[in-house]
Design a protein around this ligand. Structure first.
Ligand code: GLP
Length: 275
């Protein structure tokens, strides 16, 4: 996998990347671009820039099909903190995506297991996901795959880790008791099956997860580390999120920054078996 470190706004970098991918794919009604989408604070700027590109007619979502990563169990769709509300607010209400192209897990479905199985079927029917965008939890979770999640897991209901409930309480009036304790999430296996991954991590709160990523190996204790098993994965990070990288990659990054201080970004390869 590639670790791309930049001092640029991560949302602008990522939105420009997504725009180029979609436009190079030249999607049509018969051959739409299938995009996996995240939520969270980190990707607010990504959506702001995608909306801007749409307004400037540099990007269209007419032939884009989306699948969101996850959703809380039990929150009504119109709850301001549901991922459903988040997505319509930050993207879907503002661009030309046909409503039939939008896929979100329904955390209020009467049969959650059936809901998850149908979601996997819908992804398969769409031909799989071309590009899965993601964020990173402070504890290294990806989507809502908490530490300990099986590496071959598929879309399923999960319990949220106490650390995640604590971290996400900032969206629920800082009250942990208001945060749902369960969610539906695509699995680690679902994410790894996408043809390309682009994940974003910013700020010191993510430094511990990136520290684990930069050590050798892949472990269910830190789901983010599975990115090293994907043939075409990028983690886009700011310098603050890289502050605790292992010694060898940190030295490589410092050398790159010294050599080209004004480069738009610096790229490190991270391998499963190497330091
Ligand atoms: C939630 C989402 C994750 C996301 C994470 C990061 O827990 N389920 O998919 O990656 O938030 O959030 P933030 O960007 O707000 O730190």
């Amino acid at each position: 996998m590639r670790l791309v470190v930049t001092k640029m706004n991560l949302g602008l970098w990522a939105a420009a990347y997504v725009k180029e991918k979609i436009n190079a794919f030249a999607p049509t009604e018969q051959k739409p671009f299938v995009l996996g989408l995240p939520t969270g604070g980190t990707v607010v700027d990504l959506y702001a820039n995608l909306r801007l590109f749409y307004k400037e007619k540099l990007l269209s979502f007419q032939h884009v099909v989306t699948f969101n990563m996850d959703e809380y169990v039990g929150l009504p769709q119109d709850h301001p903190q549901s991922y459903h509300s988040y997505m319509y607010h930050h993207l879907f209400n503002e661009v030309d995506i046909p409503p039939s192209h939008i896929h979100l897990l329904d955390g209020q479905a009467p049969d959650l297991f059936q809901q998850c199985a149908q979601y996997e079927q819908a992804i398969a029917q769409a031909g799989g996901i071309e590009l899965f965008l993601g964020g990173v939890g402070r504890n290294g979770h990806i989507a809502f795959n908490e530490p300990g999640s099986p590496l071959d897991s598929r879309t399923r209901p999960v319990d949220l880790a106490p650390a995640t409930i604590q971290a996400n309480s900032r969206f629920f009036l800082n009250d942990v008791h208001r945060v749902p304790t369960r969610a539906l999430t695509v699995g680690i296996g679902t994410i790894l099956a996408a043809r390309e991954l682009l994940f974003l991590a910013s700020g010191p709160a993510k430094a511990a997860a990136l520290a684990r990523l930069s050590q050798p190996g892949v472990t269910a204790d830190c789901p983010l580390t599975v990115l090293k098993r994907h043939p075409h994965a990028t983690l886009l990070a700011d310098p603050a999120a890289c502050a605790l990288l292992a010694e060898a990659p940190l030295k490589r990054l410092e050398a790159l920054r010294r050599a080209e201080p004004n480069a738009p970004h610096w790229v490190l390869e991270l391998k499963e078996d190497a330091k």
